[in-house]
Design a protein around this ligand. Structure first.
Ligand SMILES: NC(=O)c1ccc[n+]([C@@H]2O[C@H](COP(=O)([O-])OP(=O)(O)OC[C@H]3O[C@@H](n4cnc5c(N)ncnc54)[C@H](OP(=O)(O)O)[C@@H]3O)[C@@H](O)[C@H]2O)c1
Length: 372
């Protein structure tokens, strides 16, 4: 029995994870669950899954819980846990990812923000502690599935697909007046509000390009993005001989979650809709409109600049998204806030966690000011 901790169990990826785990009780045991403040749902989940440890960052009402931010690291390093599913949203997931990797755990990572903020430090923690990162993001899971079994050095290029979000074909002028409600109406995926907004600005795709760089060790020039509105082809891997492999399927997070738990093995599972190429077609691909979605280019540039730039990009975006969801910032102003913060930032090498966290704090203050 493999012990699993699900950090962020009450969210979109978290609840999908518990659904997958419930189908495989003979293989996996839920040891620990955490949430931010959704005490009632967390309690119900803990009861149903039989979790020994529950952690709530804010609030009360769950007996026997770990409380405060420390509960995330406690859950992630629990002695009975082998796999930590990190489904927390945002920078708050970083300490638990680092702690789990240092303790030699597998981190099934949905929380891409932590790799973006501190990719080198996260990889270093895995190397030193003997831990391992397996992506849950469907695009990176697709690439991992394509490259598993391939010889080192034979991967030449990644192609990540993007649905294009709700504004894929909107003219740039119209985008400036888009509402939050329109931005939250994603055409192919049902996800938490932050990643849904990130998909509408295409910040999410920039985060994924940076995530791909760290996960697969390719330079930014070797990572391409193509818009694929049907979200059937999740990612493609081009090899040095020119061959391209793709992973396909109807959009569901349950498959990449299951694969992150079992990689490189596969477990028989009938829980998801079986693929039907005729029902899925026709499949179309188009270039990403960088001019209409400037936040994408800002993110990729931050990745290319390296050091503290990606952490600053991420933090500025988190603040802008929060302000937008709270009705304090127009959707169309998110790229502008990110651009202003990045412009003012003096990029530092990011070899030290204190430097990354200082850059993150600095960017949050700057972004708050830029939102007002
Ligand atoms: N949703 C998807 O399909 C999808 C796909 C690919 C990647 N991802 C990535 O997966 C991560 C989670 O996304 P999501 O859509 O599942 O988000 P979500 O639905 O908003 O869920 C977030 C989870 O994190 C918890 N949380 C929020 N703030 C926290 C904090 N400061 N400290 C500790 N826990 C906190 C929430 O607890 P409460 O419920 O108590 O607030 C909830 O359990 C993100 O990094 C996202 O980019 C998501």
């Amino acid at each position: 029995m493999i012990g699993v901790a699900v950090l962020g169990s009450t969210g979109s990826v978290g609840t999908n994870t518990l659904r997958v785990l419930a189908r495989h009780r003979d293989r996996f045991r839920v040891v620990a669950l955490t949430a931010y403040d959704s005490a009632d749902l967390l309690k119900r989940q803990a009861r149903e899954a039989g979790a020994a440890f529950v952690g709530l960052v804010q609030g009360t009402g769950v007996a026997g819980t770990g409380m405060g931010e420390g509960c995330l690291v406690e859950a992630a390093t629990h002695a009975d846990v082998k796999i930590v599913v990190n489904a927390i949203v945002g920078a708050a997931g970083l300490p638990a990812t680092l702690a789990a990797l240092r303790a030699g755990k597998r981190v099934a990572l949905a929380n891409k923000e932590t790799l973006v903020m501190a990719g080198d430090l996260v990889l270093e923690a895995a190397r030193r502690g003997g831990g391992e990162i397996v992506p849950i993001d469907s695009e990176h899971s697709a690439v991992l599935q394509c490259v598993t079994g391939a010889r080192a050095g034979t991967l030449r290029r990644l192609i990540l697909t993007a649905s294009g979000g709700p504004f894929r074909d909107w003219p740039a002028e119209r985008l400036a007046g888009a509402t939050v409600k329109e931005a939250l109406n994603h055409p192919t995926w049902r996800m938490g509000p932050k990643i849904t907004l990130d998909s509408a600005t295409l910040v999410n795709k920039a985060l994924e390009v940076i995530e791909g760089h760290f996960l697969f060790g390719l330079g930014y020039e070797a990572i391409d993005v193509v818009v694929h509105p049907q979200s059937i082809v999740h990612g493609l891997a081009e090899f040095t001989d020119g061959s391209v492999l793709a992973q396909v399927g109807f959009p569901t997070m349950e498959l990449p979650i299951l694969y992150a738990l079992t990689h490189p093995e596969r477990l028989p599972d009938d829980g998801t809709r079986r693929f039907d190429p005729v029902a899925a077609g026709p499949l179309t691909f188009e270039p990403l409109r960088r001019d209409a979605f400037p936040a994408f280019g800002l993110g990729v540039n931050a990745g290319c600049n390296g050091g503290t730039a990606p952490a600053v990009f991420n933090a500025a975006n988190e603040v802008a998204v929060e302000a937008c969801l709270a009705g304090r910032l127009a959707f169309g102003r998110i790229p502008d806030v990110i651009a202003r913060v990045l412009e003012a930032h003096d990029v530092q090498p990011a070899g030290d966690l204190a430097v990354v966290l200082a850059a993150d704090r600095w960017a949050r203050e700057r972004a708050e000011a830029a939102c007002s």
